[in-house]
Ligand binder design. Structure first.
Ligand SMILES: CC(C)(COP(=O)(O)OP(=O)(O)OC[C@H]1O[C@@H](n2cnc3c(N)ncnc32)[C@H](O)[C@@H]1OP(=O)(O)O)[C@@H](O)C(=O)NCCC(=O)NCCS
Length: 146
């Protein structure tokens, strides 16, 4: 059985563990705590047979939603989980009257860029040497919602 559910503050250590498994530049425990307690954030898990296999952390800045983190455990990638999480965020944005979803991605992150392109994100701009850890340009992308 597959389901998407809200991440609670009690899930902090699970998010920390996912961050370390998925990202080279994992968020700190403090940052995760701030994210999970921020009232303007929407944070979701994707579960398969009650096992967490992906998650998304996002923040609502009045008229747009920013995807801050999206990750799927390696063994579950390519199963549409990232896309399902984006679809869920999009449906919540529509309910809340939010007209745009934005994000930034490393230019070398081909799988993520493919996922976002497939989902309808367009490139807005490039921020040179945006990432300080493992220096790289960031591609800023967004999707307008009707
Ligand atoms: C980016 C990410 C969240 C996508 O999640 P996902 O569940 O694998 O994505 P989906 O299954 O919805 O795939 C969408 C597309 O990406 C492709 N894809 C992405 N990652 C893939 C992988 N590891 N293996 C196979 N296909 C992959 C799929 O082929 C699919 O495209 P297609 O249908 O045209 O073939 C996931 O690759 C990930 O966690 N990456 C590491 C963390 C990361 O880089 N996060 C984004 C930071 S901006």
């Amino acid at each position: 059985m597959r389901q998407i559910r809200k991440i609670e503050i009690k899930d902090k250590s699970t998010v920390l563990s996912l961050e370390h498994k998925i990202f080279k530049d994992p968020w700190s425990e403090t940052l995760i705590k701030e994210q999970l307690t921020n009232e303007s954030s929407i944070n979701l898990y994707y579960l398969k047979d009650n096992m967490v296999c992906g998650y998304v952390l996002s923040h609502n800045y009045l008229d747009f939603m920013e995807i801050q983190r999206i990750g799927v455990l390696r063994e579950f990638r390519g199963e549409n989980i990232g896309t399902k999480l984006l679809e869920y965020i999009e449906s919540l944005c529509c309910e809340l009257g939010i007209k745009k979803i934005s994000l930034e991605v490393r230019e070398s992150n081909e799988n993520a860029i493919k996922t976002y392109n497939n989902f309808g994100f367009k490139v807005d701009s490039v921020r040179k040497k945006y990432y300080k850890k493992c220096p790289e340009d960031a591609i800023l992308m967004s999707k307008s919602l009707s």
